[in-house]
Design a protein around this ligand. Structure first.
Ligand code: TRP
Ligand code: ZN
Length: 879
């Protein structure tokens, strides 16, 4: 890898030039736009370097310093920016540039969403998009006060929006109009945003706890505005929750949220003007599943919460990205838990972490929550920075407890308001507010890889002592051969074999604890002695997933069965089921004839099902789930995807037969008869259970399950029911599948988000032949390589969530994805680079597939026209 292209954390230098104020004037058009910028410059104390501004792909029309036009001897323009000679402290620099929104397929900077006639203009600046709009020191530690004026044709662009408070609007010549916005809060350039086009809105006033009246407006294209209502309610809930939970109030007179179908990621927290991928904003009963509604609520919370964790207090440099993202994901997860079920939320979050982050941490792209180097920063918006980062904040919050954590975040927000800070600043504020040193937790930010915590328990009846021998080990990751021990909080509880709770008395502590049972493992090995344990107990470890680690505990299968039945912590009940399933899977892979874990798992779940009046249906649905193939595959040294699939299927078959087709079907039918298509949590939980039962039934009695699914598909009163039925028919290759696909295609012909589900269902069919289907679907008129949602649904799902298709024995899956990536990279490098991470596990593949994957990767790596982003992923994957 070429060394100059690498940005290193250790190379950080404070900015030499500051821009306390910036004024921007946009003359907007679809094909071209002019941007005039006036920068008030301030030289950092002691500096003497010439002014350097970032700028890429800008056509420079005019350049003035302190009112005088510069000639070409007074500045140097190159591919990445502009150097200006003669600027002084207090100088004013004026630039005027031309850019081309319609030609911008990368969706970074200013671009057109939709058609030239009816689409609208919008921006995406994080991380380094602002330099595609104007010349500026485009780094998050340069904070400015923005004044923005937009001018455009009134008929074509009736709505003009930018971040900040409105500061006038009016008519101009030739049917044009203008609008101005002033943001009183200093902010970095990555939070700049504008929107211009024919958008409709819904609005309501929100009065903050501080008494500020805020006009909240959600915007979407005319045909989509009716689907914004749910997000609106969720947004108001999030605004209230942040006031009540963190004491954070909104701080402008207006808050705009805009939906677009053309967006690279989920959503963006631009100050006062959040922009959303329509997928995470639009929701209606006819085309959104229960999970979609839930995601909308989470994402709208996430972006809103950034107003404090990210915008008012921002990142010093992009290595600190988790400062805002990890903390904000944690805030989002807490909000979602408070709005619904904490246990189910935790299950969902941990499942995502295990599936995406653990596999990232175990492969060639592993990196710390705070990376040390990057070539393309867009490649570091990862599960590690987001989800593992959130886990680290969760450990800190748990360590402090709610009141102390709140003192800590209060101090963090007040101490660093208006600043660009580091992860150390965050951890220090949490500690300082409580006169504690939390510095040991910083190691979690610096060390990549998932720690393995091994536990061995010895019970001594005579002394009534239970000795826990704890040890931790983190395997090497690229560039980090040796790992240090980390502080690992292990939340635990003791039960009797009948499921009764025992007190937890840790040796060295004055008295037994009744609630909180956290023991902190700090060293590589450590013994913890529990006192007053008369009989060998059942130990429940890592309750609530108190640390992002892999637990290796040699407890008896029967003990896990006890937890699966009786553990009051719903999360650890689920974890007991997952651990039993993992053991059963390992035994199946090893060809065991007597699969004891499988027996315990099946027997216990059958019993739980029988007495399931006691178990929340949504939780029961989770208990009946097997980890997905990607997660199961991650535990293997040599990966053979069809073998993983077969072993996983054998688990589901065993469970289905143990519960019995009869019991599954009658339970399903009772729920189905009571189905009213309602959306409250209990109704959603029952639908989830229905889906599990029908899925299991398909393994016990396919014909019956297909019949029921086809009927459910036809009669569905919700998208959840309809999509679940469709997925079942397609994934089992049922005779009714083709008809259902055709019907679905027909009824959602113009609903792109619903068609994305149709693409994804087919792309994830667990079969080698899914490849041919995906190839055919690329020709579907609804598919568009330019649209990231379409691409993620079809190519992304296939590459990341279809092990049998992608890892086809003949290598055709690898070659197909590599070929599509080269086409996509030319249009949208960010999206291409995200999909390119699908080769992540190639080194563990069995030799035949490994050679084929390597070949496809090497071919991809050799292409000189690759974007920086794709190159970085492919090269790091190959290394
Ligand atoms: N900051 C955004 C978030 O909170 C994510 C983001 C980063 C993003 N880069 C982006 C969104 C590019 C869209 C496009 O999650
Ligand atoms: Zn975020």
């Amino acid at each position: 890898m070429n060394d100059e292209a690498i940005t290193k954390r250790s190379d950080y230098r404070p900015p030499r030039w500051l821009v306390p104020r910036i004024e921007l004037v946009f003359d907007l058009g679809v094909d071209s736009a002019e941007v005039a910028a006036t920068l008030q410059l301030e030289r950092a104390a002691g500096g003497d370097e010439p002014l350097r501004l970032d700028g890429e792909g800008l056509e420079l029309l005019e350049l003035k310093l302190d009112g005088t036009t510069l000639d070409s001897s007074q500045y140097q323009l190159d591919a990445t920016g502009l150097t200006v000679n003669g600027a002084r402290d207090g100088s004013v620099l004026e630039t005027r540039v031309r850019i081309h929104p319609r030609a911008n397929t990368a969706l970074e900077g200013l671009y057109l969403a939709g058609s030239a006639d009816t689409g609208f203009l919008l921006t995406q600046c994080e991380a380094e998009g602002f330099r595609h709009i104007t010349f500026f020191p485009d780094h998050p530690d340069v904070l400015s006060r923005y004044t923005v004026t937009l001018r455009a044709d009134r008929a074509r662009f009736p709505v003009l929006l930018a971040g900040g408070n409105p500061d006038g609007h009016g008519e101009a010549d030739d049917g044009r109009h203008w609008a101005r916005f002033v943001d009183p809060w200093p902010r970095p350039s990555y939070l700049f945003a504008l929107v211009a086009g024919d958008l409709h809105h819904i609005d309501r006033d929100f009065v903050t706890a501080e008494g500020r009246s805020v006009a909240v407006k959600l915007w979407a294209e005319p045909e989509a505005i009716a689907r914004c209502q749910y997000a609106f309610e969720a947004l108001l809930r999030a605004m209230r929750w942040d006031e009540q939970t963190y004491g954070r109030c909104y701080d402008l007179d207006v808050f705009h949220v805009v939906a677009t179908d053309a967006f690279n990621m989920g959503a963006m927290e631009n100050k006062g003007l959040n922009i959303f991928n329509a997928k995470y904003l639009l929701a209606d009963p006819d085309s959104s599943t229960d999970e979609d509604f839930h995601r909308v609520e989470s994402v709208i919370g996430h972006e809103y919460f950034h107003n404090w964790s990210g915008n008012r207090v921002t990142c010093r440099d992009w290595f600190q990205l988790s400062l805002k993202e990890g903390f904000t994901v944690f805030r989002e997860q807490s909000f979602a838990a408070a709005m619904d079920s904490p246990a189910l939320q935790r299950i969902e979050d941990v499942r995502r972490l295990r599936r995406a982050q653990f596999s990232e941490d175990a492969g060639p792209l592993a990196h710390p929550v705070r990376p040390d180097a990057y070539r393309e920063i867009n490649n570091f918006y990862t599960s590690t920075v987001y989800e593992k980062g959130a886990e680290v904040v969760r450990m800190l919050a748990r360590r402090l407890g709610p009141a102390a954590f709140r003192r800590g975040t209060d101090l963090y927000f007040s101490r660093h308001d208006g600043q660009a800070v580091t992860i150390e600043d965050f951890v220090r504020a949490l500690g300082d507010a409580n006169e504690l040193d939390l510095g040991a937790y910083l190691a979690w930010y610096g060390q990549a890889g998932t720690p393995r915590v091994r536990v061995h328990a010895e019970h001594d009846a005579a002394s009534q002592r239970l000795t826990l021998q704890l040890s931790q080990h983190t395997p090497p990751t690229p560039g980090q051969p040796d790992k240090a021990p980390l502080p690992i909080p292990i939340d635990m509880a003791l039960f009797t074999p009948a499921g009764g709770r025992l007190p937890l008395h840790v040796e060295g502590e004055a008295r037994p604890r009744n609630g909180d049972g956290v023991v902190e493992l700090r060293a590589a090995r450590q013994d913890v002695v529990l006192l007053g344990v008369a009989e060998r107990p059942v130990l429940s470890l890592l309750r609530g997933f108190s640390a992002p680690v892999i637990l290796e505990f040699d407890d008896a299968d029967a003990d896990l069965g006890v937890l699966l039945r009786h553990e009051p912590d719903g999360f650890n009940r689920w974890q007991a089921s997952q651990r039993l399933a993992q053991r059963a899977f390992a035994a199946a892979m090893a060809g065991a004839t007597d699969n004891r874990a499988l027996t315990v798992w099946c027997d216990t779940l059958a019993a739980v099902c029988d007495e399931s009046g006691d178990t929340d249906p949504a939780l029961l649905a989770e208990l009946l789930a097997v980890p997905d193939a990607v997660e199961l595959g991650a535990t293997l040294e040599v990966l053979d995807p069809p073998a993983v699939h077969a072993a996983r299927t054998s688990l589901l078959q065993a469970l289905a037969l143990r519960i019995g087709a009869q019991a599954l079907a009658s339970r399903y039918q009772a729920l189905q008869e009571a189905e009213l298509g309602e959306f409250h949590p209990a109704a959603r939980g029952r639908r989830r259970l229905k889906r599990s039962l029908l899925g299991l039934l398909a393994h016990a009695d396919g014909e019956q399950a297909f019949g029921l699914a086809a009927a459910q598909f036809k009669a569905a009163s919700s998208m959840s029911d309809q999509l679940a039925a469709l997925a079942l028919l397609v994934h089992f290759d049922a005779p009714q599948a083709q008809q259902a696909l055709a019907d679905y295609r027909h009824s959602y012909n113009v609903n792109m988000l619903a068609l994305d589900k149709w693409f994804a269902v087919q792309a994830t069919r667990p079969a080698a032949a899914a490849l041919e289907q995906v190839e055919a679907l690329m020709e579907d008129p609804a598919f568009e390589l330019r649209n990231p949602n379409r691409v993620q649904s079809l190519l992304g799902s296939f590459a990341h969530a279809n092990p049998l298709g992608f890892h086809r024995a003949d290598g055709a899956g690898y070659r197909f994805v590599a070929r599509q990536l080269t086409a996509l990279d030319a249009l949208n490098p960010q999206t291409a680079a995200r999909i390119a991470t699908c080769f992540n596990a190639w080194k563990r593949l069995e030799p035949g597939r490994r050679a084929l994957a390597r070949e496809a990767l090497a071919e991809l790596a050799a292409r000189p026209e690759n974007s920086r982003g794709v190159n970085e992923i492919v090269q790091r994957t190959l290394e």
